[in-house]
Ligand binder design. Sequence first.
Ligand SMILES: Nc1ncnc2c1ncn2[C@@H]1O[C@H](COP(=O)(O)OP(=O)(O)OP(=O)(O)O)[C@@H](O)[C@H]1O
Ligand SMILES: [Mg+2]
Length: 457
Amino acid sequence: MPDSPKHLLLVEDEAPLREAVAEQLGDRGFDVVQADSAELALDALADFAFDIVVTDLRLPGMDGTRVIEAAVDRYPDIIGIVITGYGTVKDAVEVIKRGAADFVTKPFQFDELWHALQGAIEQRRLRTENAWLREQLQQRFSFEGIVGRSRAMRDLFQVLQTVASAASTILITGETGTGKEVVARAIHHASPRRAQRFVAINCSAIPENLLEAELFGHARGAFTGAIANRQGRIEQAHRGTLFLDEVGTMSMALQMKLLRVLQEREFERVGESQTIKVDVRVIAATNADLAKMVAEGTFREDLYYRLHVIPVTLPPLRERKEDVPLLVQHFLQKYCGELGRPVMTVSQPALRCLMAYAWPGNVRQLENAIERAIAMSGSRTQVDVGDLPVDLQGTGESTAKPALDLPAEGLDLHALVAQIEKDMIGRALTRTEQNKGAAARLLGLKRTTLVEKLKRL
Ligand SMILES: Nc1ncnc2c1ncn2[C@@H]1O[C@H](COP(=O)(O)OP(=O)(O)OP(=O)(O)O)[C@@H](O)[C@H]1O
Ligand SMILES: [Mg+2]
């Protein structure tokens, strides 16, 4: 049953209890990742879309309430179960208000937890999406239509907020599809220039010989085909924002002229001698390494420093996969809305595939994948693994890696090693289609040793 919830995060600081519970859950087909503190649990949640989180309420350091809050906040459909001490039912009620599905009180029999779990899974199956929670997520983690919840993106929102109001030049760097253009537009819309124009020009899309006239405008007869006087993009952006996309592809000669615009805010149209003064804010973008181009002599150093006044770097999506669930939600809303259909949900296995993928085309590629998945899903209300592009399918089924950091409070090495062992054996067996001999070779073990270990697992 690939679709039944089985990825479970178990947070409990009492090691014997935790291990006993983990073992029994494992026997019943759950894939359990253990954590002995809320801090570790939060790390695990940042990396992996668990279906279920079972957490003790009282933990050393941060308490279990935070785990539930963080889990529900990130994955509105996650099932949260709380373990509380005797006589602390009031706390349990409080956590349920924050999104946990049920609780058990200590000491408990495994069956009690099992029942709570089964009940919650059933309840979740029947429950329709929680629109309100989703809306909350959107509001807190966005800036002018750019969404993101990762540290990098929240820092970026802060920077954008402050730089938008200034007139300084901004250089946006990032791989293709990371959102350079949306960021440029967002800055314009958050700036005092918002009532004026945002003029974009892609320097790599216009042939070199036409780019100059396109940027600076030209006089009638300045060159063949110049049949009338024409304003360039720079003039059009007067009092507004000029967005120079792919600025790294500009010729050295044009770079020189652009530098003058940035320094003196003046220029001449091609074929004219009259100097024109402009008030523009320039935002430039590139996916090239301009510093390297400067070193190689293909980009002017003085222009580089002029542009580089406020550098903004957009990290690739693979380095901020916490943003994936939020972006998925954002695009589901966008495209379902355009089609006039109710906003779809996405299954946890599908979300796992989306989070495990490396996204070489970044957010643009993710957006395309979601748009396509909606089309593939027919009349279903949930996007599933089969709706995703084939190269994404099957990327999300491996078990979550246990955190490999040594936490300040120490860790349970045996449990960690056992978890890694189990994980690797599982992967080897999957890859070899359950061929024990081949799996043993992959792991550098004797076949008999592997069989031994499998018996113990
Ligand atoms: N953080 C984000 N939130 C919402 N949408 C985003 C985000 N980042 C990118 N997008 C969307 O992804 C698509 C690609 O973004 P954009 O065109 O800004 O990328 P780019 O960095 O300019 O790419 P390229 O270098 O290929 O021109 C757009 O449709 C944009 O709306
Ligand atoms: Mg772009």
